[in-house]
Design a protein around this ligand. Structure first.
Ligand code: 1DF
Ligand code: MN
Length: 351
């Protein structure tokens, strides 16, 4: 491994917004349920069967680094030029368990993360982990996480036992986030059992593609269901350059109108705004896993420079030279500061 270090910038802080951690308790619980085959979720068994059992360098080092919440993580941040990690419980977090187990796991992970942030307040911030399968308990945990533990957002690892949050039974979660003015980050999960087969048979269920398709679809389902009309102040964050949605904006608007006007689906209630309007009002995106100039420039052009933020996706995409790729993207000094620092400070209510 290279020992080159990337200097911290004097012009802006580099705030990385989608940085994963795991507690030893969660890794142990994952290993137990994988051994017992007691979690009925194909994607979970595919993803965590690999990370918890593979002798590969990738799996071993990621399992290690996920659990670092002190000097070793900070050394990696220093080496790669990162000032702040906004930490979140790695996917699928507490989603795969029953209500009681999931709620208890989320609470204990939040307590552990709050302690880590308290030990390193200049380097770490955190998002609340929840078990959305129990929406009422999840809403209470959001309130505890923001008010008592001082967290700066809510992490939702997308589908919950195969259901998306367009189902109104989950909307207490959005109500709590909106009321607390805290953003909801929808992070990928492996596609649900209803969706995963064609991905899995070609080895495409993970971060290479299944992840992005799964979240892109989830966000569009929220829009169609009217989540952003019911919660107009809701702030949603999505990673991986918006899971391709910015590239789709023209067609989404065109086909949204065409589909609505033709009355093709009785289930469609007209929204107040078009998909691109919600993307520019309620959604912010991060470049997690995509430190790639053309995509970042394009997204800044179609969504606005206020809506695109930096993320690394540590430890899954940890490369010492990564921030240099982003530093070198042609961008005004003002937009670069927004990208690395001030957008995140505003969206996540940092400081
Ligand atoms: C992977 C990537 C896994 C990311 C993740 O969670 C994850 C991966 C289990 O590469 O298998 O969060 N990621 O966001 O890049
Ligand atoms: Mn990630």
């Amino acid at each position: 491994m290279s020992t080159t270090t990337v200097a911290r910038s004097t012009a802006y802080k580099r705030i990385a917004t989608e940085e994963a951690f795991a507690t030893p308790e969660m890794i142990k619980l994952y290993r137990e349920v994988l051994a017992k085959k007691s979690i009925d979720d194909i994607g979970f068994n595919s993803m965590w069967g690999f990370y918890s059992g593979s002798p590969s360098e990738r799996a071993q080092s990621i399992i290690e680094k996920l659990q670092w919440l002190d000097e070793r993580r900070i050394a990696d941040m220093d080496a790669s030029g990162i000032d702040i990690h906004i930490l979140s419980l790695t996917s699928p977090g507490a989603h795969v368990f029953d209500n009681a187990t999931g709620t208890a796991l989320a609470r204990s992970a939040n307590d552990i993360l709050a302690d880590a942030v308290a030990r390193h307040p200049d380097r770490f911030a955190g998002m609340v982990a929840i078990a959305p399968q129990d929406p009422k308990a999840a809403a209470e945990e959001i309130e505890r996480g923001v008010r008592k533990l001082g967290f700066n957002g809510v992490m939702i690892n997308s589908h919950v036992h195969g259901e998306d949050l367009d189902d109104q039974k989950y909307w207490d979660i959005f109500a709590a986030a909106e009321a607390l003015d805290t953003p909801v980050y929808i992070h990928p999960n492996t596609p649900s059992d209803r969706m995963i087969r064609p991905f899995l048979e070609s080895g495409l269920d993970g971060a290479i593609y299944g992840f992005g398709v799964e979240v892109g679809l989830h966000v569009l389902k929220l829009m169609v269901a009217g989540v952003f009309d019911r919660f107009p102040q809701l702030k949603l964050v999505i990673g991986h350059m918006g899971e391709a949605l910015p590239y789709w904006l023209f067609r989404l608007d065109y086909m949204y109108k065409a589909t609505l006007n033709s009355k093709r689906y009785a289930s469609w209630k007209p929204n107040k705004l078009l998909p691109s309007d919600y993307m520019k009002r309620n959604v912010w995106i991060t470049c997690s896993g995509m430190p790639w100039g053309p995509a970042i420039t394009f997204a800044q052009q179609v969504l606005g420079a206020d809506r695109v933020m930096y993320a690394m996706d540590y430890p899954y995409q940890f490369q010492l030279s990564e921030v240099e790729l982003c530093d070198n993207i042609p961008m005004s000094a003002q937009d670069k500061k927004k990208f690395f620092q001030t957008n995140a400070e505003q969206v996540f209510n940092l400081r």
